[in-house]
Ligand binder design. Structure first.
Ligand SMILES: [Zn+2]
Length: 348
């Protein structure tokens, strides 16, 4: 094994926590009730056999120290397990070359995981600035994107992220959204390095009302993805894989029986469209907007128990087949180029 290979192994050991995902949390607040600093959580994924371990701390048991004892009771081995940080980026400060190689590993080899934003004041808390002003921009996302004015707001957000505008001027929906705030924090030089992203959230069926929801609901997964898609298209040129964890709405609209009664009451309204279900909303997203993501080679869609969602299978296959077609096309083109090169060489 060469020195470079050993160096790469060490850097990877320190910077890539295996198949687990990194969930960065960038929103800070100095509000006494809800103080928070920038942090990260390592979210465990299912292993090869499909067993899932829950969200873990950012410490992993790793180094075993063994010692041979030879005492009166007889000979025995003592094992000690020493915890280490799942990610220890301090090695990047060693020198320029460690920084360059390690940075690529940190961003390209890891999966970054994000939950949907919850705009409630305690989950998206304000912060007091040095000048005495309270910073609490509006976390509401631009929606629907079919409205040109709202769409324009998305473009403004994209340019704010790209230029890493001051936090005090950042749009509230970028400021409080975990994924967008992460992009704003890392900056454009890291964007091309990101390969895999994971989003988790609920496909919502209800309109939130304070009296019922009490600020417990996160933003709708489908609405957020519709918003993220143009942002991913313009900021992450090498994103290859998206993993979705979609859960069903726990507070759906009233059951179907009530709907029927209502329909009978307002006569003439019997041809009303079927109300959307979690499945129909997710399916529409997968078959339309998701497929416009031009760089994606692989999509995985799971429910919260880590079972693959069946209705997503055609889209998962679609991405796989497109990637295979592109790879084949590239191979043919490369071969043609090589042949042409060989011909020129033989003529000369
Ligand atoms: Zn709600």
């Amino acid at each position: 094994m060469s020195v470079a290979e050993i160096r790469d192994l060490i850097l990877e050991w320190a910077l890539v926590p295996g198949s687990d995902a990194i969930q960065p949390m960038m929103v800070t607040s100095n509000w006494k009730k809800n103080w928070r600093s920038q942090s990260l959580v390592i979210v465990s994924c299912a292993d090869a056999e499909g067993r899932i371990s829950g969200a873990s701390d950012h410490v992993v048991p790793s180094i075993m120290i063994t010692r041979r004892h030879n005492e009166k009771v007889g000979e025995y081995m003592e094992y000690r397990c020493v915890n280490r940080a799942a990610i220890d980026a301090t090695c990047l400060r060693a020198c320029k070359s460690f920084f360059e190689i390690g940075m690529k590993k940190l961003y390209s080899k890891n999966t970054f995981a994000f939950n949907m934003c919850n705009g409630y004041i305690h989950t998206s808390p304000p912060t007091l600035l040095n000048n005495g002003h309270i910073l609490r921009p509006d976390p509401a996302k631009p929606f629907p994107l079919s409205d040109p004015q709202e769409r324009q707001l998305v473009d403004v957000g994209i340019s704010e992220i790209k230029s890493q505008i001051e936090l005090t001027s950042l749009s509230g929906w970028v400021y409080y959204d975990p994924f967008l705030r992460f992009l704003h924090t890392i900056g454009p030089t890291k964007f091309p390095l990101i390969k895999t992203i994971r989003f988790s959230g609920t496909v919502k069926l209800h309109e939130c009302q304070w009296e019922v929801c009490r600020g417990k609901c996160d933003d709708d997964l489908v609405m957020c993805l519709q918003l993220y898609i143009p942002i991913i298209q313009s900021l992450l040129p090498n994103l290859e894989k998206i993993i979705l964890y979609a859960s069903k709405d726990v507070r759906p609209d009233p059951p179907a029986e009530d709907d029927e009664e209502d329909a009978e009451e307002d006569d003439g309204n019997k041809d009303k469209k079927e109300p959307p279900t979690c499945e129909s909303r997710l399916l529409a997203l997968l078959e339309n907007e998701m497929r416009t993501l031009s760089t994606i080679k692989s999509l995985e869609v799971f429910d919260i128990w880590h079972n693959r969602i069946e209705l997503a299978e055609p889209t998962m296959r679609w991405f796989k087949e497109r990637a295979a077609r592109r790879a084949h096309k590239k191979l043919v083109a490369d071969l043609a180029e090589q042949l042409a090169g060989a011909k020129i060489a033989s003529q000369a």
